[in-house]
Write a protein that binds this ligand. Structure first.
Ligand SMILES: NC(=O)c1ccc[n+]([C@@H]2O[C@H](COP(=O)([O-])OP(=O)(O)OC[C@H]3O[C@@H](n4cnc5c(N)ncnc54)[C@H](OP(=O)(O)O)[C@@H]3O)[C@@H](O)[C@H]2O)c1
Length: 270
C-alpha cells in the first residue's frame, strides 16, 4: 500500500511524522509528498525518509491512498492539477479540510471516488489528537480501516456522523483552547498563592490528564466522580459550589454555542 500527501504543512507534516518517526508503523518509502513550497516537502523528507515529489500528479500516480492536506480554500484549485490521475488511479481520497463536506469534496473529484473526511486537532503534534472520521458511500469498510490506521498514528479516531461534524469540531477542535485556558487559570491562581508558575502548570496539566483518563476508563458519570472528591464539610465542595455560583457551566455552554454558531455560519448553514 502506498500513500500520497498533497501539502506538507503543519497538519500534513504531523500526520506523516506520526506514521513514520512517531510510531514506526509505516515505511517512509511508501509515502510520497508534494508541497507548493517544495523545500517543505524536502525538509519533511530529511526528517522522516519519505519521498518528496515535484507535483501532485506524481504523488497521485504513486498513491493508493491520497491525503489532501492543504487549506480548505485551496482544494478547488489544487485538485484540478491531478484530477486526471485520480480518475485513472482511483485512490482512496482523505480530506482533512475543515468545513468541507463529503458532498463538496465529491463534486471536485471524479464521480464515484471513495472519500473519507477526517477532522484532527492540534494535539496531533504530540500524537494525542482526537480525530473525527466519516466516509461517503463509495468507501469500503476495509478502506475506512486504512484511514483509521493512518490517523491512529497521531491519536484517537472516533467515527462521527457527518451531520455532527460541526459539533465534533467544537468539542475536539476548539475546546482544547478552553482546556488550555482552564489549566492556565488554575496555575495562575496557584501562583498567587505562592507556587512557581512552571510547577503549578505541570501539576494542573497532569491533574487534567489523570481526570480525563478517569472519565474515560472508570465508566462513571462525571458528577459521581465530583461527589467522590467532595467529602462532607470538606474543602472541595466549597470550590465546586463557588464555580457554580460564578457560572462555570453557563460560561462553557455559551462558549460552545458561540463556536458552533460561527462554524455553522462558515459552513453556510445559517
Ligand atoms: N492545523 C490544524 O490544527 C488543523 C486542524 C484540523 C484540520 N486542519 C486542516 O488541515 C489542512 C492543512 O492545514 P495546515 O494547518 O497544515 O495548513 P498549512 O500549514 O498552511 O499547510 C498547507 C500546505 O499546503 C501547501 N500548499 C498550498 N497549495 C498547494 C498545492 N496546490 N499543492 C501542494 N501544496 C500546497 C502550503 O504551501 P504554502 O504555504 O506555500 O501555500 C502549505 O505548506 C487544512 O485544510 C485545515 O483545515 C488543520
Amino acid at each position: 500500500m502506498k500513500y500520497g500527501f498533497i501539502g506538507a504543512g503543519n497538519m500534513g507534516g504531523a500526520i506523516m511524522k506520526g506514521m513514520t518517526i512517531g510510531t514506526g508503523k509505516y515505511d517512509p518509502k511508501s509515502i510520497f509528498v508534494t508541497d507548493k513550497f517544495f523545500p517543505a516537502a524536502e525538509n519533511l523528507s530529511a526528517a522522516t525518509g519519505i519521498i518528496p515529489c515535484e507535483t501532485g500528479a506524481e504523488v497521485v500516480a504513486n498513491a493508493d491512498v491520497l491525503v489532501l492536506a492543504v487549506k480548505p480554500h485551496i482544494l478547488a484549485t489544487a485538485i484540478p492539477e491531478f484530477y486526471d490521475v485520480v480518475a485513472e488511479k482511483k485512490p482512496l481520497v482523505i480530506s482533512i479540510a475543515a468545513g468541507k463536506t463529503l458532498e463538496y469534496l465529491g463534486s471536485l473529484l471524479p464521480a464515484g471516488t471513495p472519500v473519507v473526511r477526517v477532522m484532527p486537532n492540534i494535539n496531533a503534534k504530540i500524537g494525542a489528537a482526537t480525530c473525527g472520521i466519516c466516509k461517503n458511500e463509495y468507501v469500503t469498510e476495509e478502506q475506512l480501516e486504512i484511514a483509521k490506521g493512518i490517523f491512529g498514528t497521531i491519536g484517537t479516531v472516533i467515527e462521527v456522523d457527518e451531520n455532527h461534524f460541526g459539533i465534533f469540531t467544537t468539542l475536539a477542535g476548539s475546546a482544547p483552547a478552553f482546556a488550555y485556558m482552564y489549566m492556565d487559570a488554575l496555575a495562575r491562581a496557584a501562583v498567587q498563592s505562592g507556587m512557581p508558575k512552571k510547577q503549578a502548570l505541570e501539576i494542573a496539566a497532569a491533574t487534567v490528564e489523570g481526570s480525563a483518563k478517569m472519565v474515560l476508563k472508570s465508566g462513571e458519570h462525571p458528577w459521581a466522580l465530583v461527589d467522590q472528591v467532595c467529602s462532607p464539610g470538606g474543602t472541595t465542595i466549597e470550590g465546586v459550589l463557588k464555580l457554580q455560583e460564578k457560572g462555570f457551566e453557563h460560561a462553557l455552554k455559551a462558549a460552545f454555542d458561540a463556536v458552533l454558531e460561527k462554524d455553522n455560519m462558515i459552513a453556510g448553514k445559517k
